[in-house]
Design a protein around this ligand. Sequence first.
Ligand code: PGA
Length: 245
Amino acid sequence: MQIIVTRTFAGASDYVAEIIADLVLSKPTAKLGLATGSTPERVYDKLADMHFKGLDFSRVSTVNLDEYCGVTGDNPVSYRYYMNEKLFSHINVKPENIYVPSGINNPEEELELFSYKIYNGKIDLQLLGIGPNGHVGFNEPGDKLHRAAHITKLTQSTIDANARFFNDKSEVPTEAITMGMGDILSAASIVLLASGASKADAVKALLMDDYITTQVPATFIKMHAAATVVIDYELANMIGYKVKG
Ligand code: PGA
């Protein structure tokens, strides 16, 4: 695993945007696996800015990690809405090259379509955040993890963490559709971005020991041959990670 520590979170986000831009420049037909949440917001701002300055996404395709169940894409809390607002409406990716799983369609059919979208051409780069409980996508901690795309119940920790996007905690959906761990690990490269005290325990488990555990799903990323974790100095300091060199 490559570990990058930047001075600030803005710097970490810019670094990740540069990785994505370099990929799109070197491979204009790149397939990007995308994430939502607060973490990648500045990455998407940067990519929008790079597009404004000429970066071409017209042959890029995208597939998103997850979506809430029971929420339509025009609902501002949906991940589809987030993606439209934060990225898709600001770059020239073609609508037909975008896939965000739907949380309202027939689950069986949607999971089949989701798997097709993941494996119909390898994902070149999967962008990830990390939950305070160590989830990636909505692969929640537990005795077992799923390999493939599935519908899952959100843990209380995730419901609590995501409540800030809703008027009331009771409005947070309790189920989601998500890529499985095998799907995430099938990407040619993975870039995980993290910052903030709430992520310290999960990022510590990822970076500071050698264990892989279903109780911290992000630790499975240790097995990926081309994974990069980008954190800021503050988080590195919190977990006792010493920058080498
Ligand atoms: P966040 O969520 O970026 O909003 O912190 C990350 C995640 O839960 O994966």
